[in-house]
Design a protein around this ligand. Structure first.
Ligand code: FAD
Length: 382
């Protein structure tokens, strides 16, 4: 193991690997430390949906800019990331939903997004398999450039590209301590030795709070257990991801034909408990077949769990920490850290090299919670 690096990144999920690539592209010598295999955290367990339709300008902008990067990654890496842009259809159930949707769409269009409000009878033109009465929708919003990608292909492609440009990735190596001296970062202590570094990035997903504690920093993040399932394959029926903020459900059809989706389990579970439950499966099956009755003939193949790393406003924590400036946060992504990762990595690489960031990220610093100056993201599912 090397003894010194300019930047140590803790966490080999999509965010850690994307940042390693962006830093290495700028000639910054960096190391990723991952306690397990790459994408073993939320990244390898996620729905990998990519949605630009958000209620806050911050999430919408990060997602819009990320889509521009996702669209060129396969060519840049010379290997596919499984990007498919079949759109996202978001159900509108009542007048309150409609008011919020109109507000969101106005802001999203202002940001340049191609997004529309559909009447109830237009929903089946986009996703013919839906039962509009069953899903209890009076309309929907639809953005055709939303979609999803393969989280493993994306993470491994970023990791391979980062390594080619000089980054080092240590798997099955656990960070056990953060070294500091007089309010300055000095490095990390790992299960395989110590690495000196002036900059450490906390990209440890649902474990970020624990990592921050090692440096005496308190994050407000809470790990929530989430469940997700996949069915057997069926004939191709639709391209769009379907979601509802009211029901909390999201589902899409994979390239190979499986239906993949999730919903909040009936019992909210915080902490690091990972057992899949029958109550989730029942709730998901009942809601999914209300939306798409024909799916009652399809078997569920597998279900699994993962963690959302949730902040009080469902926006990520990005950037430096007051009093320990070179301890950079890259966490708190709740249920949308895959889709934001390309732009987040670009911005943090700019911050680390001292450039002017392409987008202002000051509002996403940890300090916002001290002052209670934040607006909560309303468009969350799962
Ligand atoms: C069921 C589910 C569905 C989701 N669906 C979507 C979706 O459709 N779209 C979307 O954008 N997002 C989705 N998300 C959220 C998304 O998965 C995450 O926000 C994103 O993957 C976070 O990536 P990350 O790299 O920040 O963290 P992670 O992928 O969690 O990576 C953090 C890594 O840090 C490592 N680590 C932790 N502690 C240490 C240590 N001490 N030493 C070394 N390594 C350590 C972990 O092993 C882990 O690999 C979903 C999440 C879940 C659980």
């Amino acid at each position: 193991m090397i003894e010194k690096a300019d930047v140590v990144i803790i966490g080999g999920g999509v965010n850690g690997c994307a940042l390693a690539y962006e830093l290495a592209s700028k000639g910054i010598n960096n190391v990723v430390i991952e306690k397990n295999h790459l994408a073993s955290g939320a990244t390898g367990r996620c729905g990998a949906g990519i949605r630009q339709q958000w209620s806050t300008k911050e999430n919408a902008t990060l997602a819009i800019e990320s889509v521009k990067i996702f669209e060129r990654l396969s060519e840049e890496f010379g290997e596919g990331i499984g990007l498919r842009q079949g759109g996202y259809l978001i159900a509108i159930h009542d007048e309150d939903d409609m008011k919020q949707a109109e507000k969101n769409v106005k802001m999203q269009r202002f940001l340049g997004l191609d997004v529309d409000i559909l009447e109830a009878d237009e929903i089946k033109e986009v996703v013919p398999i839906l039962d509009v009465k069953g899903m209890d929708a009076i309309g929907a919003t639809f953005c055709p450039t939303d979609g999803h990608a393969d989280p493993f292909k994306t993470t491994y492609a970023y990791a391979r590209a980062a390594t080619k440009k000089g980054a080092k990735i240590y798997r099955f190596t656990e960070v056990q301590g953060i070294l500091t001296e007089n309010g300055k970062i000095k490095g990390v202590k790992t299960s395989k030795g110590t690495i000196k570094a002036d900059i450490v990035v906390n990209a440890a997903g649902a474990w970020s709070k624990k990592i921050a504690e090692m440096a005496g920093v308190t994050l407000p993040n809470v790990p929530y257990k989430k469940e997700i399932m996949v069915t057997e394959r069926m004939t191709h029926a639709f391209d769009s991801m379907v979601i509802s903020f009211k029901d909390g459900i999201y589902f899409s059809q994979q390239e190979e034909g499986q239906i993949l989706g999730g919903i909040p389990p009936p019992e909210t579970v915080t902490g690091y408990e990972t057992t899949p439950t029958l109550s989730f499966l029942r709730h998901m099956s009942q809601t999914l077949t209300r939306y798409v009755p024909v799916l009652k003939h399809i078997n569920v193949l597998r279900q699994w769990t993962g963690f959302y790393d949730v902040t009080p406003d469902a926006l990520p924590i990005l950037g430096e920490v007051k009093g320990l400036e070179r301890f950079i946060q890259c966490n708190g992504f709740s249920g949308h850290g895959f889709m934001l990762s390309p732009m987040v990595a670009k911005l943090l690489a700019e911050l680390i090299t001292g450039e002017k960031t392409s987008l202002p990220i000051g509002r996403l610093k940890l300090e916002r919670f001290e002052k209670m100056e934040f607006e909560r993201e309303k468009s969350v599912v799962g």
